[in-house]
Design a protein around this ligand. Sequence first.
Ligand SMILES: NC(=O)c1ccc[n+]([C@@H]2O[C@H](COP(=O)([O-])OP(=O)(O)OC[C@H]3O[C@@H](n4cnc5c(N)ncnc54)[C@H](OP(=O)(O)O)[C@@H]3O)[C@@H](O)[C@H]2O)c1
Length: 288
Amino acid sequence: MRNLVFFAIVRVKNGRKHSFFVSSGMENGNFVVCNKKVIEMMEGKRAIVMGATSGIGLEVAKVLSERGWLVGIAGRRQERLQQIQRENPNIQATQCIDVTLKDAVEGLQCLIGKMGGMDLYFHSSGIGYQNPSLDSDKELLTVRTNAEGFTRMVDVAWKYFAEQDREGHIAVISSIAGTKGLGAAPAYSSTKRYVSHYLECLTQLCYIRGLRNLYIHDIRPGFVRTALLTDGGNYPVQLDPEKVARQIVRGIERNRSIITLDWKYRILVFFWRIIPRWVWVRMKIVSK
Ligand SMILES: NC(=O)c1ccc[n+]([C@@H]2O[C@H](COP(=O)([O-])OP(=O)(O)OC[C@H]3O[C@@H](n4cnc5c(N)ncnc54)[C@H](OP(=O)(O)O)[C@@H]3O)[C@@H](O)[C@H]2O)c1
């Protein structure tokens, strides 16, 4: 027995029009509510995930493919990329890309070509170290990967979407580590601040250029149980990467511009922000 009621909602948020077509009713005794926008996004949309060989990027690629997206994945480890593709049929294409190298631009363009286009660019590539001794190699590699590599890739994605006349999404994982300067991980904390700031700039640039269909998402997780945290440090309240991936995808589908995960870290960040600088810099925050 199917009894469906349809109604449309048009909402204006930040000057952008969001159209929802909601169907609701009873189906086999269960109440069904479907958001047309969510359904549309799930059908044959193409996503590229940079840094999908492990951790959060891998989980996001899996969640997207599970939800019907066609997914292209990239990272430096070729064999790992091929293994992931074999295990996940909705992963359409792979590309070996090191974001620190100039030819990463051609790599991303090639992957977009293999996918036949792109609706979501998801950037998860990143490294990080606890580095209180300021080992220069670690600091500079972090800057090259998290700041330079991020800028190189996101600029390609932004220009691609700017030329299109339809909806597009750029989502990047920064971190709550960019909230305030972390003395034990200077390059990591600073590059995450840079990422958030850059994404804010791109969001404003969308308004300047009148790109109302291009959505920029800044994803700021707390500690997540991935390879990044296996340096022997003490990282409390670690989140499950699969749950984090589901929350990220939900946030993107709902066009959230800043996605801080999870609720515990949202509370932490709220109080963290209001600590005065002169107090914060005197606090001895270390993880070991
Ligand atoms: N885990 C956390 O607690 C946490 C918290 C907040 C934010 N984040 C951020 O989340 C993102 C993903 O990290 P994760 O926790 O999922 O760690 P992860 O498992 O180590 O994943 C990092 C990913 O980045 C890729 N990558 C690293 N360097 C690259 C390069 N030069 N070129 C292309 N890809 C590169 C890696 O692939 P290849 O090695 O194959 O290149 C891998 O797929 C990072 O930006 C991280 O800073 C993590």
